[in-house]
Design a protein around this ligand. Structure first.
Ligand code: ADP
Ligand code: MG
Length: 320
């Protein structure tokens, strides 16, 4: 296996005046020509990590190497390897598609015939050539995002990093953006690092780092991570979750997790568990579901709380 193209080790970052660090020893490794997702709930530390990787913030501790080059010591060399797409749109709406690319080229010191040639090649290769004279404000949401990604590639970066690129897009446009990212990985062999708070988007990644409260909870291929958890998850909705949990735990010598009105189990032997639930607990639940573990189940298993848990997302109180 070759060296990872991007290596992050023990990254620590605290914003001034904040009680808790935004990043607490984040480490991850990204392989060349893969799509790597940083998946985490709001406030997890995705944008802070992104800003350090894109050389906008200096970490207080830890190391980042991109193509073997240290981000803190040689930021301008690192920037030449990187295509960066920010969360907030950065297109000039009044300019055409082609003019937006020219503008980006100027920022990288590419001019004249070289810029015209490069822009044409890029737009043709990436399927936006027929839109070149279109005013950017007339593009669909998905096309605008694709243009934003395309313009970040004008200087032939090896790695593309994107912070929540599908925020604000409808499901169809989100699909368009993800198909585009996969196309770039396959056809252009670009390594892609993308942050997302959407669990289903993580399934499109080759590898993910699941992060929470500034820490990596686990890393790996998403379907492998789910399969490794194994078995089935039973989620029971009950008006009296504590009593129901105690009754079932006493019967089967199992442990449960109570999240609000939900009681969750991972029984080893499903037939007798479901038999007991239907026969002996039928008055004590509203509904239940049984399924193979999802990434959210994995997140709950590792952190003890839900992916979307407003009440605890800013509270580092109890250990996980
Ligand atoms: P995410 O992108 O995953 O939502 P962020 O990296 O933006 O997470 O935030 C991580 C933590 O750092 C959060 O607790 C957030 O409130 C805090 N934070 C982010 N930006 C700032 C800032 N500019 N000043 C102070 N605290 C910040
Ligand atoms: Mg963010």
């Amino acid at each position: 296996m070759s060296e990872p193209i991007l290596k992050v080790k023990d990254l620590v970052y605290s914003y001034p005046g904040q009680k808790h660090p935004a990043l607490r020893n984040i480490s991850l490794e990204v392989n060349e020509a893969s799509i790597f997702g940083i998946l985490g709930p709001n406030g997890g530390g995705k944008s802070t990590t992104f800003k350090i990787l894109s050389t906008l913030l200096r970490p207080q501790q830890g190391e980042v190497r991109i193509c073997g080059v240290d981000v803190v010591r040689q930021p301008s060399q690192v920037r030449s390897f990187l295509g960066v797409v920010f969360q907030a749109p950065a297109l000039d709406k009044k300019l055409t598609v082609e003019e937006n690319i020219y503008h980006q080229g100027h920022l990288y010191g590419i001019r004249g015939a070289a810029l015209i040639q490069k822009t044409e090649a890029l737009l043709k290769r990436l399927g936006l050539w027929e839109k070149k004279d279109e005013k950017t404000e007339n593009l669909s949401g998905g096309q605008k995002r694709r243009l934003e990604i395309t313009k970040s590639l004008i200087h032939n970066p090896k790695i593309l990093i994107l912070d929540e690129p599908t925020t604000g897009l409808d499901p169809l446009a989100r699909r368009e953006v993800w198909n585009y990212l996969k196309f770039l990985r396959e056809k252009e062999k670009i390594t892609i690092l993308v942050t997302t708070h959407l669990l289903d988007e993580a399934e499109d990644c080759d590898e993910i780092a699941l992060i929470d409260k500034g820490q990596v909870v686990c890393c790996g291929n998403p379907s492998k991570l789910r399969n490794d958890l194994g078995g089935n998850v039973v989620n029971i909705k009950s008006p009296h979750p504590n009593e129901l949990s105690e009754k079932i735990c006493n019967q089967f010598n199992l442990s449960s997790r109570i999240l609000g009105k939900d009681v969750r189990f991972r029984p080893a032997e499903m037939t007798s568990f479901l038999g007991f639930l239907l026969r002996d607990c039928s008055l004590e639940y509203d509904s239940f579901s049984v399924g193979k573990p999802t990434l959210e189940d994995l997140f709950i298993e590792k952190t003890g709380h839900r992916f979307w848990d407003e009440a605890t997302s800013n509270d580092l109180g109890e250990g996980v």
